[in-house]
Design a binder for this molecule. Structure first.
Ligand code: FAD
Length: 421
């Protein structure tokens, strides 16, 4: 069993070399150290956003005295549970800026991390199935083009060419057109977490798994340490990046967040032959799907109708989601479903994230990505690193501060993100 980690580059030559020696030379991708007494920066949550924050702190600011603390296994939260959709077709300018920054970073992430995140810009379509949606998406297409984010409104015929399995003429919700983002697509969610983790570990950062933060120590309004299941860990700065558990961590530090936690569910079918090479979202009926490299149809549903911390799926969601989609995708009726699951997402009232300083000195939060934060991971990490390093937000995070809730400056993405992921 390999024990040491190594920053040896992955390449075709490495694969060939290892193939010749029965793959005995691979080393672990990241270390599993015991925590030190103190770090300059502690990040709670080894999901994509926490790991990306650590990575860009190291890469862009040279800060590597960092521990990323995770109560489970890295990527085991929403990062490893999502349906991997990536897009940047949001309505408001601050949203388009941060999501498109993320998309641009995704486009070169495999090269940057030297880790194949299987980014697949196969194109993404959001279906319009009501007159109201036609108006909404045409408006978004115009806004996107002003923002420099290429999207287009397409009619039913073009849609049918892109998605041959679609039924345009459903009796309840015929397909009237769609908002198409050719650069949108998917990536392998675990690989995103693993790639960032490997790069962070190579920079000397500590990723400490199976270590739950149980308390936050403050003194004179400043953070001093976190108490964990592996003991007290001192820090100069603390970043809380725990998605659905953000309100719990904030409570430990003595402040409140405008976050509601709720389970979001998804399911996959048995693998079938390639039949759809774009991502399609049907927001009126509430369901979306793409086909994985293994051939499974990856199907996303909705959030539970009540707040909860239950990381699992439920039968009625399978039924509701499949029932919603079957009119538009009749082939679904003949598929067996293989698995279902859930993750705890962190919803804000305006369906936009929070990247912010907090009432406690040197504690920063990154949360509120709700049902759609996988696509944002690189951009969010980039912006959060700026915030933590400088103590103040850069241009990308400036509008996403906590003060917007007090000042009524909402970034309303309820059309782009309230339902869709
Ligand atoms: C079913 C589903 C489908 C989705 N589909 C999409 C999609 O298609 N596209 C998209 O863009 N987004 C999607 N999302 C949303 C996306 O997954 C999340 O927004 C994103 O992964 C959040 O990442 P994160 O790093 O903030 O959180 P997480 O990945 O949840 O990481 C937070 C980590 O914090 C840890 N933690 C919590 N409390 C503590 C503690 N006390 N001590 C230590 N560690 C702690 C958790 O264990 C967890 O690993 C989906 C989500 C779900 C659940």
């Amino acid at each position: 069993m390999p024990t040491a980690t190594s920053s040896r580059r992955y390449s075709i030559f490495a694969i060939a070399r290892e193939a010749l020696r029965q793959h005995s030379g691979w080393t672990r991708a990241w270390t599993s150290p015991e925590p030190r007494e103190r770090y300059k920066v502690v990040i709670v949550g080894a999901g994509g956003h926490g790991l990306a924050t650590a990575y860009y702190l190291g890469k862009n600011f040279g800060i590597t005295d960092i521990a990323v603390i995770e109560k489970g296994w890295l990527g085991g939260g929403n990062t490893g549970r999502n349906t991997t959709i990536i897009r940047s077709n949001y309505l408001q300018d601050p949203s388009a800026a941060i999501y498109d920054k993320a998309l641009k970073l995704y486009e070169n992430l495999s090269q940057d991390l030297n880790y194949n995140v299987m980014f697949s810009p196969r194109g993404l379509i959001m279906l319009a199935q009501t007159e109201h949606e036609i108006r909404g998406y045409k408006r978004t297409a115009i806004a996107n083009n002003l923002q420099g984010v290429a999207t287009e409104w397409i009619g039913p015929q073009r849609l049918k060419q892109l998605v041959p399995i679609i039924n345009l003429d459903g009796p309840r919700y015929p397909v009237l057109g769609g908002l198409y983002q050719p650069r949108g697509g998917t990536a392998r969610h675990d690989a995103v977490a693993w790639g960032y983790a490997r790069a962070c570990s190579d920079m000397g950062m500590h990723i400490i798994q199976n270590c739950e933060v149980t308390g936050i120590e403050t003194e004179a309004g400043q953070v001093r340490a976190v108490n964990t299941s592996k003991g007290r860990i001192g820090c100069e700065k603390l970043a809380l990046v725990v998605a659905g558990h953000s309100s719990q961590l904030a409570e430990m530090a003595g402040f409140r967040l405008p976050i509601e936690s709720v389970a979001l569910q998804a399911l996959v079918s048995e693998p079938i032959k390639p039949c759809m090479d774009v991502v399609v979202m049907a927001n009126t009926v509430h369901g979306y799907l793409s086909q994985s490299d293994k051939g499974e149809m990856v199907i996303g549903g909705g959030t539970d109708g009540f707040n909860n911390f239950t990381q699992r799926g439920s039968w009625h969601h399978v039924e509701e989601t499949v029932r919603a989609l079957v009119e538009t995708f009749p082939m679904i009726s003949r598929l067996k479903m293989l698995r279902q699951w859930g993750g705890i997402v962190d919803m804000t009232g305006d369906r936009s994230p929070i990247l912010s300083a907090t009432p406690v000195g040197n504690i920063f939060v990154n949360c509120g990505w709700g049902t759609g934060g996988f696509k944002a991971i690189p951009g969010s990490g980039w912006a959060m690193a700026e915030l933590v390093a400088n103590g103040a937000p850069g241009a990308l995070a400036a509008d996403f501060g906590l003060n917007r809730f007090r000042e009524g400056r909402f970034i309303d993405e309820s059309v782009a993100a309230g339902v869709a992921h």
